[in-house]
Design a protein around this ligand. Structure first.
Ligand code: 6XA
Ligand code: ZN
Length: 343
C-alpha cells in the first residue's frame, strides 16, 4: 500500500487549553513519526511526498474566507504585537452575532473555531496545507488506479467544517479528498469515520448532499467530545436526508459491540454502492488512549481493516486521531495490514 507523508507536519505543535490548563497539545509530531517508522518497519509499501495543490482545492469544501483566515491568521496575530501561540477564547454562541466577521484577529479566532483545541503558530498554515495535500495526493493515486492508499495526515481534519476549526483540526483532509474524488469523476463516495470522536466536520460539510454518504462510529456525545453532534437522529437534511448515519457507542465499548455497529455501517455502504471509500482513521478507540474511553485491542485493528476490505472498494485511509504514541504505529498500521490481508 502506498503511503503519502510530508515532513512539514513538524512545523506545527502548539498548545491547547485542556481541563482548564494550558499545556502542549496532545496532537504532537511524535504521532506521525511513530506511524511512519512502523510503515517502514513492516514494509507496508512505498512512501511518497505529496504534490502541491492550489488552495482552491481546499475551498471545494471550505469557504474561501475561512481558507484565507487560516493562511493569514499568524501574520495578523503577530502584527497585533504577540509572538506566542494564538488560541480562540471567545465564540459567537447562542444570541451573539455570528453573521458578521470581526476585523480584529482575536474576534476572527473565535468566529472560525468551535473550541480552544486549535492553536495557530508560525508553522501551522504550512503544516495544515501540506496535510491536505497529503490527502489529495492519496486520492489522486486512487483516481489513477491504486486500490488503496494511506494518507498519513498531520494535523488531522475530521472536526473541521466549512467555516470552523476545532479539536486539533484545521482543514478537513478526508472531506477534501472525498470532494476531489467526485471532481475526478466519481458519482458517489462513502466517508466512514472510525475515530473515537464524532466527525462533526465531515457530517456538517456533506449533511445536505446525497453524493457523499457520511457514517461515524464514536463515543456517545452525551458524555464524549465533541458533545454537540453525533446523535443517532442526525440523518441528513434536504437531498442529504438518509445519507448521514451516526453510531454513538457507550464508554467501555470493546470489539464485540464495536464490530456489530461496524457491520451495520458497512451494510449501509454496500447498499449505497459508492465508487470509492474514504476512511477517517483515528485509532483513539484503543483501550489505553489517554483521552478516549473505548476498549479496542491492537489485534482488533487488524479485524477493522479486514472488515473494511470486504467492501471491495477503492479505499483511501486518512489519518485522524490517536494519542497513545507508543502504540499508535502498531494500531494504525494494523488497520492497513488487516485491510491488505482481507482484500
Ligand atoms: N481537546 C478536546 C479533545 C479533542 C479530541 C481530538 C480528536 O481526537 N478528535 O478525533
Ligand atoms: Zn479522536
Amino acid at each position: 500500500m502506498l503511503t503519502i507523508y510530508s515532513d512539514a507536519h513538524h512545523l506545527h505543535h502548539g498548545c491547547e487549553l485542556k481541563d482548564g490548563v494550558l499545556m502542549p497539545c496532545f496532537e504532537q509530531p511524535g504521532r506521525a513519526d511513530t506511524i511512519l517508522a512502523r510503515v517502514r518497519a513492516t514494509g507496508l509499501g512505498p512512501v511518497a511526498a505529496p504534490g502541491e495543490y492550489d488552495s482552491a482545492r481546499y475551498a471545494r469544501v471550505h469557504s474561501p474566507r475561512y481558507v484565507r483566515f487560516l493562511e493569514r491568521a499568524w501574520d495578523e496575530w503577530t502584527a497585533s504585537g504577540r509572538s506566542h501561540d494564538a488560541l480562540p477564547l471567545i465564540w459567537p454562541v447562542r444570541d451573539l452575532r455570528g453573521d458578521i466577521e470581526p476585523e480584529f484577529i482575536d474576534g476572527k479566532l473565535g468566529f472560525y473555531a468551535m473550541d480552544a483545541g486549535v492553536a495557530i503558530t508560525a508553522g501551522t498554515w504550512k503544516a495544515v496545507r501540506a496535510s491536505a495535500d497529503v490527502a489529495l495526493t492519496g486520492m489522486d493515486a486512487l483516481l489513477a488506479g491504486e486500490r488503496s492508499a494511506f494518507a498519513l495526515c498531520r494535523p488531522p481534519g475530521h472536526h473541521a467544517a466549512a467555516e470552523y476549526m476545532g479539536g486539533y483540526c484545521y482543514l478537513n483532509n478526508a472531506a477534501i479528498a472525498a470532494q476531489s474524488c467526485l471532481d475526478g469523476g466519481a458519482g458517489k463516495v462513502a466517508l466512514l469515520d472510525v475515530d473515537y470522536h464524532h466527525g462533526n466536520g465531515g457530517q456538517s460539510i456533506f449533511y445536505q448532499r446525497d453524493d457523499v454518504m457520511f457514517l461515524s462510529l464514536h463515543g456517545d456525545p452525551k458524555y464524549s467530545y465533541p458533545y454537540f453532534s453525533g446523535h443517532r437522529d442526525e440523518t441528513g437534511a434536504g437531498s442529504g436526508l438518509g445519507f448521514n448515519h451516526n453510531y454513538p457507542l457507550p464508554h467501555g465499548t470493546g470489539w464485540p459491540a464495536y464490530s456489530e455497529a461496524l457491520n451495520h455501517a458497512c451494510g449501509r455502504i454496500a447498499a449505497y454502492a459508492p465508487d470509492a471509500l474514504v476512511v477517517s482513521l483515528g485509532v483513539d478507540t484503543f483501550k489505553d488512549d489517554p483521552i478516549s474511553q473505548f476498549r479496542l485491542e491492537s489485534e482488533d485493528f487488524l479485524r477493522l481493516g479486514a472488515r473494511i476490505a470486504e467492501l471491495g472498494l477503492p479505499t483511501l485511509f486518512v489519518m485522524e486521531g490517536g494519542y497513545m504514541v507508543d502504540d499508535i504505529g502498531v494500531n494504525a498500521v494494523n488497520v492497513l495490514t488487516g485491510f491488505l490481508a482481507g482484500g
